[in-house]
Design a protein around this ligand. Structure first.
Ligand code: HEC
Length: 156
């Protein structure tokens, strides 16, 4: 019985701590999560980018894996990572522009375009260097198109 009470007390303290954290910054985890997704895509784009520039040798298996990763991560993107209020100057570390929520339909179109571009790229990345390079343009446009409209550029 004593143990039960002790456990209950610990559980209560833990959830209280979690609540206290939430009060501090309700969007901290969400912003961190979306940055993680973006950084993973960035890592994979950088891999195929280095091959395209000839900095690293073209490797079909690595290119195909990078493309598969981008498709997988893109499929996670939704408004769930962009709750209203988690914008730049309101949520810590956020560079998300408020237009995401005023133009939400278009933002969702950009997510769909990202998914399409990723799937298309996945279809060509493992073929050969030239085919992969040709496929990269659309992929880059999907990233850049959304950033241009909805991400505040970081100061140098
Ligand atoms: C549908 C819109 C959208 C698409 C598509 C998109 N991004 Fe982003 N990205 C954002 C937004 C919005 C932010 C700012 C998020 C924030 O700061 O909370 C961002 C931030 C980033 C960041 C900075 C992360 C950080 O830690 O600050 C990187 C890197 C990034 N994106 C890479 C990519 C790459 C690479 C692609 C394409 C494969 C891509 N993004 C596609 C909207 C998008």
């Amino acid at each position: 019985m004593k143990l039960c009470l002790a456990l209950a007390a610990v559980a209560a303290m833990t959830s209280f701590a979690a609540m206290a954290e939430e009060v501090e910054d309700p969007f901290a985890d969400t912003v961190e999560a979306r940055h993680g997704l973006m950084l993973q895509m960035q890592t994979d784009v950088a891999k195929v980018g280095a091959m395209a520039k000839g900095e690293t040798a073209y490797d079909a298996a690595i290119a195909a894996k990078a493309a598969a990763n981008i498709t997988a991560v893109a499929s996670v993107l939704s408004m769930d990572q962009f709750p209203a209020g988690s914008e730049v100057d309101k949520a810590a570390d956020s560079y998300a522009l408020p237009d995401i929520w005023t133009n939400q339909d278009d933002f969702i179109v950009k997510i769909a375009a990202m998914n399409e571009a990723a799937v298309a790229f996945q279809g060509v990345a493992g073929t050969d260097l030239e085919t992969m390079k040709a496929g990269m343009t659309k992929l880059g446009e999907a990233c850049g198109g959304c950033h241009k409209a909805y991400r505040k550029p970081e100061e140098e």
